[in-house]
Structure formats: C-alpha cells, structure tokens
Ligand binder design. Structure first.
Ligand code: ADP
Ligand code: ADP
Length: 228
C-alpha cells in the first residue's frame, strides 16, 4: 500500500538525503525507521505525506503516485495519512477538543458526527476529561496524546510519526507506545522514525535502518542495532 521505487531526493543545497530507495509496506504493518542523525529518516518519512517531493522515482500510496500529485490534490492525500511530530504542533489558542475537531470541520462533517467522533477519539487516548483545556495546560505526554487523536480522528489508513517520543520521558513514551499499539491493532499502518532503542527492542516490529539515504537493513521483528 506504500511503495517507493528507486526514490532519490537531492535538496537544493546539494545534499542527497534519499539515494535510491525501494521499499514496500503492507496495510496494517508497524514499521520502525532507525539510523544515525542525518541518515535521511525524516526525508524518507516526509516524502510519504508529500512534505517533500522526490527528485526522482515513484512513491505510490494505494496505487496513487504522490510524487506526481497536483498541489490541489495534496490536502486529499493528507486526509488519508495521519502525522504525529516530535514537537506536537498543536494550535495553542484552540482547546483540546477544537484541535482534534479541526480536521473534521474543514471537511464539513455533520456537527453531530464531529462531536461523537472527537469524543470517542479523545476517549481512545484517555483525554476525554480534558477536552476543554488548552495545550499549554497539559503535560508533554498529554499534548502528544492530543496530537495522536488529531492524526487519527478522520480514520486514516496510515499514520506517520517522526520521533513521537523524542521529547518525552521514558514512562510517558511507553504510554504513547501503548496507544500506537492499539491504533495498529485496529488496522492502521504505522511508520515511525525513532531513536528509542528500548522501545524498538521491546515492542518488536519490522525495522528499516537508513544510512546515507539508503536502506541498509530491513528485518521483520528486527532490533534497533545501534548503541543509542
Ligand atoms: P534524519 O531524519 O535521519 O536525521 P534528515 O532526513 O533530516 O535525516 O536529513 C538527511 C540529510 O538531508 C542531512 O544531511 C540533512 O542535513 C539534509 N537535509 C534535511 N532537510 C534538508 C533541507 N530542507 N534542506 C537541505 N538539506 C536538508
Ligand atoms: P460527555 O457527554 O461524555 O460528558 P460532553 O459532550 O459533555 O461529553 O463533552 C465533554 C467535554 O467536551 C466537555 O468539556 C465539553 O465542553 C467538550 N465539548 C463537547 N463538545 C464540544 C464542542 N462542540 N466544542 C468545544 N468543546 C466541546
């Protein structure tokens, strides 16, 4: 369902961050993307939701070549891919409820449906009781749970996460992983770039290691494979 064919990415400054990537990820898989800083993990992930365009090659999401997608079709793609960031990227002036509802409001869902769906999604991440709060009133882990709720509220088939536990303490990181596991169990494909060795080596999933813009290792139930 996600396929890269001979994908290259050269930034305008001349850095090649993807150097011939071929990969297939099936619906329902959970994939960790690991590798040293500067290896090209973020670039790999950003190309999957068209934050970056490949210089060469094809990126197919459910058969659609997103590298060739017209700008006007990008919002439609984004609706089918939930994205979670290391720094949450919540809208600071909106409540928890409003941050999560936003994605459904822009596609003009029925207000009644929006309310039901937002509250059930907040319930899934354990934050129903904090729906009225502002992001600044929440801990980092709670903010990340809001951003997870936002990313899945419109039931995307794919969730992309770039270092989602990078700003969180170990206990909070495990809580976030439990939510990811639940989301994956319900059928959502997850692709997660991470430096969290303990998590990768404990909750085993497919591991793709990237170095110098190339996939150097791809193992089912792999291990982290680096010292930190
Ligand atoms: P990682 O996520 O593994 O740290 P990145 O994909 O962020 O790796 O970066 C890979 C390489 O591409 C690095 O050399 C980085 O400096 C470079 N790079 C990343 N983003 C840009 C950009 N927008 N412009 C120029 N170079 C970039
Ligand atoms: P429950 O019926 O489970 O108690 P509620 O519908 O009362 O859930 O909502 C719980 C929280 O979500 C409340 O804090 C409420 O203010 C907030 N909330 C519900 N709907 C909206 C909305 N449309 N806009 C902003 N906040 C909302």
């Amino acid at each position: 369902m996600i396929e890269m064919q001979e994908v290259y990415k050269k930034y305008p400054n001349g850095v090649t961050a993807a150097n011939g990537i071929d990969v297939k990820i099936k619906q329902g898989e959970f994939v960790y993307v690991v590798g040293p800083s500067g290896a090209g993990k973020s670039t790999f992930i950003k190309m999957m939701y068209r934050e970056e365009k490949p210089t060469k090659g094809n990126i197919l999401i459910n058969g659609v070549n997103i590298g060739r997608l017209k700008g006007s079709k990008v919002p439609l793609l984004r609706r089918n891919i939930g994205v979670v960031f290391q720094d949450f990227k919540l809208l600071p002036t909106l409540t928890v409820y409003e941050n999560v509802a936003f994605a459904l409001e822009v596609i003009e869902e029925q207000p009644k449906y929006i309310k039901k769906r937002v509250m059930e999604t907040l319930d899934l991440v354990g934050l129903k009781h904090k729906a009225r709060m502002l992001p600044t009133e929440l801990s980092g882990g709670e903010q990340q749970r809001v951003s997870i709720a936002r990313s899945i509220v419109n039931s995307p088939k794919v969730m992309i996460a770039d270092e989602p536990t990078g700003n969180l303490d170990p206990d909070t990181s495990w809580e976030i992983m439990n939510i990811f596991e639940e989301i994956n169990t319900r059928g959502t494909t997850i692709v997660m770039a991470t430096h969290n060795k303990e998590i990768v080596n404990t909750i085993r999933h497919r591991v793709i290691a990237i170095e110098g813009g190339q996939i150097v290792r791809d193992e089912q139930r792999g291990d982290y494979g680096y010292e930190n």
